[in-house]
Design a protein around this ligand. Structure first.
Ligand code: GAL
Length: 680
């Protein structure tokens, strides 16, 4: 991972789109950036039509002036290649390069992302504009980093995509026999006898083949990566000392395999927009930041975009006073090299004209800009991030998620991979336990405990990895539906959860989704230390509903109900730790080698899950909403609640210079460098 060139300290700034404004505004922009302590801005993300107004004819004059102004103002540039938004002339000249939906509808220009990554004309045009930018600005002193494209995620179903998909399949399977076997094409007469018979998963009459759909998602991740790499390699040749990245989009769908992509970028960068406000936004922020750090292999990464408000679906909620800073600090605490926003100045026109900005429509005389300025000052006092201390690993596998979003029948449509992983993370977050994420094939031996939520797909190799982790003394806590299918979505027969059966010491005969919750008999008296209730979020707004499974006022003694899912579990070496009303095992524990493997065959509420983790030896002493993250001896303390809260350390706050003595005010944050004797 590499640091943006010439940026001392943390990166602070956002997407800057000066082409939307008359030039006199640019001068004010740079003056305001200086006032706010901005160090880095992303420029040119969607500027293609202004940079290349006609094919092969360039207009760099305006961008020259912008870069010069920024340089003179002490602001460095994260210069984007504008390939996420081809100009109208491009789609008219190359209509075959426009994206086609699975229903065969060709999508026209008029928005952004109107291209097919597999179309040769688009690939050529992308390289041409990237080269023109690279050659023009390779020696510009403001150039700190390259931002290739924007949020890769656009897929297509056109003939170019079909051809590229077939090439990808040939490489993956070698021959059609292997493909037919992997895709189980003898089901519903889908056997392929020629490569040309294979299409993208187009609209069809009834359910379609899940293995086909999964490979199409894998293909797109690789195809988009090929587009990224072409630009990266070209820019690297022109500017070997300038780091190159792209910004990952996160959310309810995930377009690429981030473990693979993170090996290709010089710096992992994410965009994060919580889908809920208040405390849930803080939980989601920690989740996203921990993912980013894990993708970066524990090394620093960068929050490339967040918002000064909450653009959630059709509503633009405001952030409560202090939230902009607290969210930013969460990212920095969890290893981000700074905090960047979309966007610097709120647009006055265009599709996102009501999206919040660092400079809102009201201008700099506004609460938001004052908070932005205070945040800039706060970040300027913090040193570069160090390694974050994480105690537990949660497995995260985008392919398993894709398979659960699949196109065939699933045993229950209620299974939500993202929510299952978030629950594991959220329960730890509320107890102050910092988690890393890991791929199922990663070496996780340094973590005392590994959580495995709903890991539907599991390869033999990953199953062996988890087995040796437990053999070597680890504690594994797997929840239902993990390990039941192989990497081609084929069920592992002979009893669920196929790949993990022996490790867990059980055999599951039947899945029985639950129409309503059932009380679990906690016969071995699993009891966690009572957890404080989830504290009220700082600020007053709370537009999102309580997360599923969080009972108002619940205490976490006991496992509570099993929800949504149950199984007929037979013990084959494991012991039952909790049972269903009919006496069947619901939660099991198996001694395996030097370690222990737990299995939870139902969905628990948050307090039940916390209780289970405590019984398995995974518990923290934190107060929900009082976030504490350690980077070596440095403690990041962020109080998301409306109460003053105890903190485990005394010292001087690096941001305010004020002493911290065991408590933190409501909504406050501090960064304290602590010596051992100051630890409470
Ligand atoms: C991001 C995108 C930005 C902007 C933002 C709005 O996903 O990269 O360009 O559209 O969303 O929230």
């Amino acid at each position: 991972m590499r640091w943006p060139k010439g940026v001392d300290g943390l990166c602070y700034g956002g997407d800057y789109n000066p082409e939307q404004w008359p030039e006199e505004v640019w001068t004010e922009d740079v003056a305001l950036m200086r006032r706010a302590g901005v160090t880095l801005v992303s420029v040119g993300v969607f500027s293609w039509s202004r940079l290349e107004p006609a094919e092969g004819r360039y207009d760099f004059g305006w961008l020259d002036r912008v870069l010069d102004l920024l340089w003179e103002g002490g602001v460095r540039v994260n210069l984007a290649t504008p390939t996420a938004s081809p100009p109208p002339w491009f789609s008219l000249a190359y209509p075959d390069a426009l994206a086609v939906t699975r229903d065969g509808v060709r999508l026209m220009h008029g928005s952004r992302d109107t291209y097919c990554v597999s179309a040769p004309a688009y690939r050529e045009a992308s390289l041409r504009i990237a080269r023109a930018l690279g050659e023009r600005y390779r020696d510009h002193p403001a150039l700190a980093m390259w931002h290739v494209h924007n949020e890769y995620g656009t897929t297509c179903h056109c003939d170019h995509a079909a051809e590229a998909f077939r090439r990808w399949l040939r490489e993956r399977y070698g021959g059609l026999d292997a493909l037919n076997d992997a895709w189980t094409t003898s089901f519903w007469s889908q056997h392929y006898s020629e490569w040309e018979q294979i299409n993208p998963p187009l609209a069809t009459v009834y359910l379609s083949n899940p293995a086909h759909a999964l490979d199409y998602r894998r293909f797109w991740s690789d195809e988009m990566l090929a587009h990224f790499r072409e630009q990266r390699d070209l820019l690297r040749e022109l500017t070997p000392d300038v780091p190159i990245t792209t910004n990952y989009v996160l959310g309810h769908w995930v377009s690429v395999d981030h473990w693979t992509w993170s090996r290709e970028v010089d710096l992992v960068a994410i965009d994060h927009y919580p889908s809920a406000t208040g405390m849930e936004a803080a939980e989601q922020t920690a989740f996203a930041a921990d993912l980013a750090r894990s993708w970066a292999g524990g090394r620093p990464w960068l929050l490339m975009e967040q918002a000064t408000g909450y653009p959630i679906g059709p509503r633009m909620y405001g952030k409560e006073p202090g939230e902009i800073a607290r969210h930013s600090l969460q990212h920095v605490a969890r290893g981000s090299k700074g905090a960047m926003f979309f966007q610097w100045r709120a647009s006055r026109g265009g599709a996102e004209q009501w999206h919040p900005g660092m400079v809102p429509h009201a201008g700099p005389d506004s609460r938001v800009f004052r908070e932005v300025t205070e945040l800039g000052a706060a970040l300027s006092r913090l040193p570069a991030p160090e390694a974050v201390n994480a105690e537990v690993a949660i497995l995260w596998d985008e392919e398993a998620w894709w398979a659960l979003q699949g196109s065939g029948l699933l045993p229950s449509s209620d299974i939500d991979y993202l929510e299952s992983v978030r629950q594991a993370h959220r329960v730890l977050w509320r107890q102050g336990v910092t988690a890393d994420f890991a791929h199922p094939s990663h070496d996780v031996s340094r973590y005392p405990a590994v959580l495995v939520p709903c890991l539907y797909l599991l390869s033999d190799e990953s199953a062996r990895n988890l087995r040796s982790y437990v053999e070597g003394g680890g504690t594994l806590i797997a929840s239902f539906l993990s390990g039941v299918a192989d990497e081609h979505t084929r069920v592992r027969v002979g009893g669920y959860p196929g790949a993990l059966r022996e490790l867990l010491g059980i055999r599951v005969e039947e899945f029985r989704p639950l129409p309503k919750p059932v009380a679990l008999t906690d016969e071995l008296r699993l009891r966690a230390a009572p957890q404080p209730e989830n504290a009220a979020p700082a600020g007053t707004a709370g537009h999102a509903e309580a997360p599923p499974g969080l009972e108002a006022g619940a205490t976490s003694s006991g496992l509570g109900d099993g929800r949504m899912w149950s199984e007929t579990v037979h013990l084959e070496g494991a012991e039952a730790m909790a049972r269903y009303p009919d006496g069947g095992p619901a939660v099991t524990r198996n001694a395996f080698g030097e370690g222990t493997a737990w299995y939870v065959s139902t969905r628990l509420g948050d307090s039940g899950y916390a209780c289970l983790l405590a019984a398995a030896g995974v518990a923290g002493t934190g107060v929900p909403g009082m976030e504490v993250v350690r980077q070596g001896d440095r403690f990041f303390l962020i109080n998301h609640t409306t109460e003053k809260q105890p903190v485990p350390v005394d010292g001087t706050d690096m941001i305010s210079g004020m002493p911290v003595t065991g408590v933190l005010a409501p909504g406050a944050f501090a960064v304290v460098e602590a010596r051992a004797e100051n630890l409470a």
